[in-house]
Design a protein. Structure first.
Length: 171
């Protein structure tokens, strides 16, 4: 973990900060998973587990380990989660300077999620994390299209094809 550290964030609570410069396309950290959350193995609040420390890859719910669980949302993120089979990484979307907070857009690779107010502070902040890729403005969907996981594209094939053909993917 020498390349990132967790500390207080202006976005919310704790965040992940770069302890060195990252170039666009560079891996920042592997996202480690503690375990899959299932009805038989639910979130354990008594152990400090929280649902906001979970991710939802390919229809599963997984508890993300420290420190990656502290990556905050931004409506203009400098990083994204890249999936390679069963493993995912935080990857820089653009150069990240030493000391910058590493952020992702929580609306990528998700549908039918929960919406909540956003206070990320980005110039293009929409004021809401919508919880659904297809509820983002079409121009953002097109911007984020190369960042989508293959499992997300497969699960949403018709809507992605509509987006790729120039149609609005919103429903």
């Amino acid at each position: 973990m020498p390349d990132i550290e967790v500390r207080a964030s202006a976005v919310q609570g704790l965040g992940i900060f770069a302890t060195r410069q990252f170039h666009a396309g560079e891996r920042i950290a592997r996202i480690k998973v503690v375990r899959e959350i299932t009805p038989e193995a639910p979130i354990r609040g008594d152990l400090g587990e929280r649902s906001d420390h979970c991710s939802h890859p390919d229809g599963k719910t997984v508890l993300v380990a420290f420190p990656e669980r502290h990556v905050n949302h931004s409506c203009d993120p400098n990083a994204f989660e890249k999936f390679e089979r069963e493993i995912s990484y935080l990857v820089a979307r653009r150069p990240i300077a030493k000391g910058d907070e590493v952020t992702i857009d929580y609306n990528i690779n998700v549908t039918n999620g929960t919406a909540w107010p956003c206070g990320c502070g980005a110039k293009r902040c929409r004021g809401e994390v919508v919880g659904d890729f297809f509820r983002l403005p079409t121009e953002w969907q097109r911007e984020y299209r190369p960042l989508l996981a293959s499992w997300f594209v497969r699960r949403n094939r018709d809507r992605i094809e509509e987006l790729d053909s120039g149609g609005a993917a919103k429903r």
